[in-house]
Ligand binder design. Structure first.
Ligand SMILES: Nc1ncnc2c1ncn2[C@@H]1O[C@H](COP(=O)(O)OP(=O)(O)O)[C@@H](O)[C@H]1O
Ligand SMILES: [Mg+2]
Length: 318
């Protein structure tokens, strides 16, 4: 009985972020004059999101506002090809333009270190905490709300960027409702930012289960090896099987010494991948890693930092 009640109340109204947005919009927006909300209005205009409705023109789709508000960039690729490095440098660049939410999708969370942040709790930890139903019920608030609170607590806040680490993926004991609430909480949180940057484990399967966000840019990383490029190609091909919609896919080849070997170039062309940039081997990286210094301390003239900046430009991110 309790299980059915959970499903009726929460699955329908809260679990699906898009449904919730549309439902809320349908309640309020027919009576809303967008011209009374100058910041939303100018945000939409700035982002060129089409015609604004005339005063009192009625229903205004809130998902358009959400779309105008955040751009999601996901990074995937074979282990050790520089996902976390590139994510950290990109995040740092984007903080100059707006609020950034960094999502660490790698269970062995390390993006926070690259950014110089301290991590205490992961989403996986929150999910596991929800398994103790009795303890959660003693809190006296509905479980989805409790989960949302705990997610807020897991968020590492800093002046320039906030970070959420996903931690371990769900274990066999986990129940579906918790995952749905989790998805909604993360989606709702992410809507508050201009940019969401997701550093994935290797592929995107794990993260795709935990957010319903569309991805604007999927940046695939590879080293200059056929194995690295093949892994990237496989990920590109697998994307179609995930629930996540990806708008644009681009490849970065990292740690390139003296130009790209022609075999690698051919493999990229054959796979129909867009090569957005090539990043050099950076001798300063080793020093930083040895000292455990955040990557954001890389000197401004670092060729790696400049390379990432160039890629961001080509992607229309700066
Ligand atoms: N362009 C580069 N020059 C030198 N070292 C690099 C470069 N890119 C990455 N590294 C190093 O390679 C290792 C793996 O990088 P990382 O970003 O953690 O990869 P991933 O997140 O894909 O596993 C790290 O020790 C990092 O310092
Ligand atoms: Mg990594």
């Amino acid at each position: 009985m309790e299980e059915i009640a959970d499903k009726i109340t929460y699955l329908e109204l809260i679990a699906d972020g898009i449904f919730t947005s549309e439902f809320t919009a349908a309640l309020f927006l027919p009576h809303t004059n967008i011209h009374n909300f100058p910041s939303v209005k100018s945000l939409l205009a700035r982002q060129g999101k089409g015609e604004l409705p005339k005063p009192g023109a009625g229903y205004f789709n809130i998902s358009r506002i959400e779309a105008a508000m955040s751009k999601t960039i996901a990074i995937a690729g074979k282990g050790g090809t520089g996902k976390t490095t590139i994510a950290a440098l990109l995040i740092e660049l984007l903080t100059e333009k707006g609020a950034v939410l960094a999502i660490d999708g790698d269970p062995s969370a390390n993006l926070h270190m690259a950014l110089g942040l301290t991590l205490e709790e992961t989403v996986g930890g929150v999910r596991e905490g929800m398994l103790d139903r009795k303890a959660v019920e003693r809190m006296g608030i509905p479980r989805p709300n409790y989960m949302e609170l705990r997610i807020q607590e897991a968020l590492v806040e800093s002046p320039r960027v906030d970070l959420l680490a996903m931690g371990r993926p769900e274990g066999p004991g986990c129940y579906c409702a918790a995952n749905n609430w989790l998805r909604t909480s993360i989606d709702r949180l992410a809507d508050n930012y201009d940019y969401v940057v997701i550093d994935n484990e290797a592929g995107m399967e794990h993260i795709s289960r935990q957010t319903t966000r569309d991805v604007d840019i999927l940046l695939l990383t590879s080293d200059p090896t056929i194995r690295g490029v093949s892994a990237a190609v496989r990920m590109k091909d697998l994307i179609g099987e995930l629930r996540t919609h990806v708008e644009r896919i681009a490849l970065v080849v990292n740690r390139v010494g003296d130009g790209l070997p022609s075999e690698i170039e051919r493999a990229i062309t054959d796979a129909n991948l867009e090569l957005i940039g090539v990043l050099p081997e950076d001798p300063d990286m080793m020093k930083l890693e040895v000292m455990g210094t955040p990557l954001t301390k890389l000197p401004p003239e670092s060729p790696l930092r400049k390379g990432v900046s160039e890629i961001a430009k080509r992607l229309g991110l700066r």
